[in-house]
Write a protein of this length. Sequence first.
Length: 237
Amino acid sequence: MSPVAREKRILETLVTLADTLVDDFDVASLFDDLVQRCTTVIDAADVGIVLGDSHGELMMMAASSPRLLSAEEIQLSKNSGPCIDAIHSGQVIRAGSLDEIAQRWPAFATVMRGSGYHSLHTVPLRLRSTVLGAMNFFRDSDGELGNSDAQVAHAIADIAAIGLMQERSVRESAIARKQLEHALASRIVVEQAKGIVSNSYDVTMEVAWALLRQRARSHQARVTDVARGVINGAIKI
């Protein structure tokens, strides 16, 4: 690829990532496309992405080829490897030879050798103090990633982290909104049931509320479920 074509491809990749900051997107599809793009603009044979979920469990999110799978899976199963170190430390991890890799992560080095890889460069997906995962760049030759390629890899990882944080924020906001809507709907149901009990037994709303709670406790049910039963006539207080 010519330098001009490479620069164009880099810009296209960055623009695609930037679009995630202002629009809805599917994380899996985005990262599947991203790892493929990275192999065309960065001196790496394969690229993989590992992410952590809300409980801290790590999972492989994208891989540029099946050849990469065993190298990523051994890290997750052994909880040892450059990806794990990058996520835990928040720092870039470099290893320019199989000998260096073997000294640091023996089991991982065995899989690397079997897969034909010789060196690697791992960049944390990090936004300030929050590490969301890591991008792993696997190379078929010895030597660390060049400065130009490393800068591109870091820029892509930084924007990907921002996009991922944006997606999680939107998703969490949607969950919070649904929870609020559910709480408001439950409150309306309870108020309607209180009104029915108050009118049926000629008692105050406070007494009606106490009767609903008493019924719920005695039957080990939720007040909202008792209220719905009162409204549809299935429950008599």
